[in-house]
Design a protein around this ligand. Structure first.
Ligand code: ME8
Length: 475
């Protein structure tokens, strides 16, 4: 059986998950379900990033130890993923002993590779980003992402000699041995490399909440360096059976703001220790809410649980993935959720299924309409291509153009009239519609697994239930 290893970013255990985190995780879940339906053996990893200054600060604000704090915040992620029906294979926490063990082994190999050296460092550090910023990155002296001034830091750190690996990374990206999609993000990475990227430190002095650096007790491992290693420590790097079976990753899914860490730093660390690179990194855009960055102070952070309470888990999955193409940045307008729910789900799929299933109960079904069949084939090809390129929004758009086509087909053929007149054409029309619905169910299964299962069961027992399917009640 062919394997498929897919990962999400591991999210900072600083707070409850918001719909941005859900967006990335849903992408991975839908792709993972789609690959399983294609018969692949899938390993789907998600988890939480639990070390660093930011977490230690948050814990202190709440008078908790960092460990107590992350135990609580990490559990929120698990809770929300459970309600959203995210079917992960493993949930890694960077405070897991297993992660720490793997990190030590990775660091030892890095050290042995000769790519590590000690140096004095002076720089500007943004705790929100957990990274050093250059003067040119600041806007009015503030980090543009977190709108707070960076700390001036002067430390002695261990550094990774990135320069040694940049030409090879560039070559692998160009030949697509390391595929970065969409192409705009690939060009962005090539642009970073072209402009020059400094070596980065792999340790921090004075940061207590982290994994100790085995070579020097005054240092902890830089949070980003050990966080990236989660993708292999979860598989029991370097000797575990899972590692041998599933590495390299077939797909890392990440957001645009963490591009450089994944497309440059992570491959460079793997190159240094002679391990295979991930095959593909898919970088999705970030979204604002009603035109503004989501932030607690603006009060516009959307909690996935609030969305689920209103629309249920499957519709919430759909609503988040159907807003805009993941290859671009987007804006979510809250009032659009209800409109889209009613238009696409209640009046679109729900209504189509109801109309057809009510009529089909009484008919003897045979034959198919040639034009609809040809249209179906076109949509099937389009859907497969989009799903294989991880373009979920575009795949959904293809499915919905088929829903529309079937609606038009019903309106022009008016099968309800034909049933009354006992017209022989009815069998063919209803059979075509049932065929269409069955395929819509298959296409939408990775997106709305529970609802599609319900529809599938209803279809299998057609004529036996007096109750309506009522898949998406109007809100
Ligand atoms: O960066 N729109 O964690 P994080 C869409 N721990 N997606 C969004 C989003 C938004 N507005 N906001 C967040 C970290 N995301 C590190 C990762 S990986 C080894 C370490 C999603 O909690 C998006 O996928 O800040 C983004 O990359 C991720 O959440 C960052 O989550």
């Amino acid at each position: 059986m062919e394997k498929f290893y897919i990962t999400t970013p591991i999210y900072y255990a600083t707070d409850r998950p918001h719909i941005g985190h859900a967006f990335a995780t849903l992408h991975a879940d839908v792709i993972s379900r789609h690959k399983k339906l294609q018969g692949k053996e899938v390993f789907f990893l998600t988890g939480t990033d639990e070390h660093g200054v930011k977490i230690a600060e948050k814990a202190a604000e709440e008078n908790k130890t960092p460990q107590e704090y992350v135990d609580e915040t990490s559990s929120h992620y698990k809770e929300v993923w459970n309600v959203l029906n995210i079917n992960f294979s493993d949930f890694i926490r960077t405070t897991d002993p297993k992660h720490k063990e793997g990190v030590f082994k990775f660091i030892k190999k890095l050290f042995d590779s000769g790519a590590i050296y000690k140096d004095k460092y002076k720089g500007l550090y943004c705790i929100g980003c957990e990274r050093f910023l250059a003067e040119k990155d600041l806007i009015n002296g503030l980090c543009p992402n977190h709108l707070r001034p960076p700390q001036k830091i002067s430390e002695e750190n261990y550094f990774f000699d990135l320069q040694k690996y940049l030409p090879e990374i560039r070559r692998k990206i160009k030949t697509e041995e390391l595929k970065i999609s969409p192409a705009s993000r690939r060009n962005e990475t090539l642009g970073f490399i072209e402009a020059g990227i400094d070596n980065f430190s792999i340790t921090r002095e004075k940061v207590k909440w982290g994994i100790p650096f085995p070579e020097d007790e005054n240092q902890t491992i830089y949070v980003w360096v050990e966080a990236l290693m989660n993708y292999v420590t979860a598989l029991d790097f370097p000797d575990g059976e899972k590692y041998k079976k599933f590495w390299p990753a077939d797909l890392h899914i990440i957001g645009a703001e963490i591009n450089k860490f994944h497309t440059v730093f992570w491959p460079a660390m793997l190159l240094a220790i002679n391990e295979p690179l991930p095959k593909e990194i898919f970088i999705h855009g970030l979204f604002t809410v009603n035109g503004q960055k989501m932030s607690k102070s603006l009060g516009n952070v959307i909690d996935p649980l609030a969305l689920i309470e209103k629309f249920g888990p499957d519709a919430s999955r759909y609503l988040l993935l159907s807003q805009f193409p993941a290859s671009e940045h987007g804006d979510i307008k809250e009032e659009q959720f209800i409109k889209k729910y009613n238009a696409d789900l209640a009046n679109g799929i729900g209504n189509l299924f109801e109309r057809v299933l009510t009529m089909a109960k009484s008919a003897d079904l045979r034959g198919k309409d040639a034009e609809i069949l040809a249209f179906y084939q076109k949509i099937q090809d389009d859907y497969s291509q989009k799903m294989n390129n991880y373009q979920l929004y575009e795949a959904l758009a293809a499915v919905f153009s088929f829903v529309k086509k079937l609606d038009q087909y019903i309106n022009t053929t008016e099968p309800w009239r034909l049933i009354q007149n006992k017209n022989p054409e009815t069998e063919k029309i209803l059979n075509t519609l049932i065929f269409g619905i069955k395929n819509i169910i298959v296409w939408l299964k990775p997106f709305m697994p529970k609802k599609m299962e319900k529809a599938e069961n209803y279809l299998e027992n057609l004529g036996q239930s007096s109750e309506k399917l009522n898949l998406f009640p109007r809100i």
